[in-house]
Design a protein around this ligand. Sequence first.
Ligand SMILES: *Cc1c(COP(=O)(O)O)cnc(C)c1O
Length: 404
Amino acid sequence: MTVSNTSNFATLAVHAGSQADASTGAVIPAISLSTTFAQSKPAVPLGDYEYSRSANPNRDGFETAVAALEGAKYALGYSSGSAATANVLQALASNTHLVSIGDVYGGTHRYFTKVAHAHSVDVAFTNLIEQELEQALTRETSLVWIESPSNPTLTVTDISVVAQIIAKERATRAAASPTPNPIYLVVDNTFLSPYIQNPLAHGADVVVHSVTKYINGHSDVVMGVAATSNDLIHEKLRFLQNALGAIPSPFDSWLAHRGLKTLHLRARAASSNALAVAQYLENAIGSTVVAVSYPGLKSHPKRDVVLKQHRDGLGGGMVSFRIKGGADAANKFCASTKIFTLAESLGGIESLCEVPAQMTHAGIPKDKREASGVFDDLIRLSVGIEDSEDILADIEQALAKATA
Ligand SMILES: *Cc1c(COP(=O)(O)O)cnc(C)c1O
């Protein structure tokens, strides 16, 4: 089946990069474990492949599928989301400058400040990027890095507003120099997945994912991907993917590709369950709950941007809320849930809960953490695809126990 004539998500998810095997007829691709591929003459491979670090059939299939789902010309698979970030950063010139949202993913923050910094990459963080980006840009800025919604406060950024500021900066540079420094916008789309949001359509140059989360979706693969329609960026990233070698295994590529085929079903189910949870928690504000943040709620401060940027205004599967009773109540809540497992990570079929101040965000000093809204009583939920009445009953009983 050819899928080149459709842009419909579900058809692409099931078919893109996944043709029946021409020699065996197998409908599902085999896992190609061979590290090397036969050649007929020196430097003339029999087929499309030479050596599995450079390219592998399973990785190719996965990359083709992600490119189709992100509306990109190209996608590149990596051994983790962090490896995708490292490759994008490595593609920059040294002695450069980048601007990032303040509450960027912790591992990305660590890479910016502890690894890229050693290669003379300077980073400016801002908590109000739409308002402050213009002043934060320097003539050396080569990258702007955002996540929307961000983690764990689910703050939404208008991608097109950021893209317009960058376009203006490009025009200024082009007017001043025949060889202007390039500047690119990267969006980490992990929290929503390509089903709910396609950042390239709003002006981003590169989109990255921790495939570990929604794209694989079954909490059994650590993997990453970057997608772009820019030929120059793609060329650099393709070179580095091979040169740095942080590539996913054929087995992980195969599993992630299998997971991706049901992304649309999982993303809808998780969003619908998360909306029910967020509405339940919102009704408990004043009694057991202090505040709720969920992009699918009418009360979300950026709901207008959500309606513009997310498919059908879906909120995704992540909900965060502040519980009455401080850190003790937050701990007790996560120890009392039965459907929600207390664990880091997100985006799987199963529901998870965690306390960011003590777990994913424990490395950030308290004053900085609280300045971006991560208080001791904040609980982050990754809502899975179990039955919503069981999820709601679990939230209800854990809230009662934690705030008794
Ligand atoms: C998990 C995550 C990453 C890092 O991905 P790994 O696969 O764990 O290396 C990057 N960004 C976001 C938003 C994440 O949630």
